[in-house]
Write a protein that binds this ligand. Sequence first.
Ligand code: FMN
Ligand code: FE2
Ligand code: FE2
Length: 397
Amino acid sequence: MHMRKHVKGNVSWVGYLDWELETFHGDDYSIFHGSSQNSYLIEEEKTILVDTVWGPHHHTFIENLKQEIDLKKIDAIIVNHGEADHSGALPALLAEIPGTPIYCTAMAVKSLEGQYGKQGWNFHVVKTGDELDIGNGKKLQFVEMRMLHWPDSMAEFLTGDNILFSMDAFGQHYATSELFADLADQNVLWHEALKYFVNILNPFAALIPRKLEEIGKLNLPIEMIAPSHGAIWREKPFPILEKYAEWAKGEPKDQVVIAYDTMWNGTKKIAHAIEAEIKRQSPSTVVKVYHIAKSDKNEVMTEVFQSRAIAVGSPTAINDILASVTGWLAFAKSLKFKGKKAAAFGCYGWSGEGVAILQKRLAEAGFDVIDENVKSLWNPGEEDFAKVPELVKALLA
Ligand SMILES: Cc1cc2nc3c(=O)[nH]c(=O)nc-3n(C[C@H](O)[C@H](O)[C@H](O)COP(=O)(O)O)c2cc1C
Ligand SMILES: [Fe+2]
Ligand SMILES: [Fe+2]
């Protein structure tokens, strides 16, 4: 079985297309459309392998690679990032071709040795501006991508073919046999690109404009952007670059997310009252309602990212809020959203700490919390629903 897919010139895709993957980063990132770990083979005068695949697929990867080339022909391996989804097959590969030079950042030496031990691998540390001559007049030019999304991340540009191997940046967890983004299902592609940005890169969004500017100043005649997951971008002028610049600003749409959990449905009634009132006060505002314990957190956060405000509800339970909401807010905090308003609501039976705790945790998660809230003793009644218009007015202001 031949597994290589032609990318451009003498560059082939030799990665692992994972149609079965259900979660990524343990169970922290949901996968609904598969994913891929992209590895690229460059065959010029020198033969270069760009990244490998996740450990569980090392056998398939190496066996496939052996059908394509004599492994001993590999002159160097580029390790753009030490994370296990791209470096996992390295130990097995290097056992076959020990001593092969590995080009990576200084931080990648640390992350690789940290994970796989000091095995005496033949590291060649590179930094922004360094180049590797691969023959036939072509070079690889390295660009550090520090904290996008690990300290060890880097990218490189292949001259002649003008391909930017961008690593995780611009990737998508999306399995498509089409290889190229313009041939893929556009709805899935763009949803997955955004979900990836929100859940993996948004915490580092502040670094992105500077990095895009730095890459822009290099005046690289980029004709293709080949990330480490999902489809390869080749349509100029690269809408994905424009989208990253836009997403990095975090400017929301006219959208509000209402997210809640409930034990006996009282808090749910408030959620639906808020939804109806938003539509009454502002018919064009898009409203999305999620039951936190029944909804996928990565998908909901993708909607939160696009929203200008959120309303979060929980009943008081054992002098606290429900654990599902605590976990959800902790996750929201880690994504470092900015410039979004938030309101709290929920039912209680006696001590009623829930709403105040929600407000505190929302503020800690970086939201601009409004005072207006709905705190309802047992099931919400008329006097509780009467507070909804004020809450919505403040939330939309
Ligand atoms: C397990 C459990 C623990 C609770 N703990 C508290 C509490 O510490 N303080 C309080 O005010 N109400 C407490 N309540 C009462 C709920 O907050 C109350 O039933 C509320 O109306 C439930 O809202 P819901 O319909 O949205 O689930 C508790 C209820 C349950 C079932
Ligand atoms: Fe990564
Ligand atoms: Fe990755």
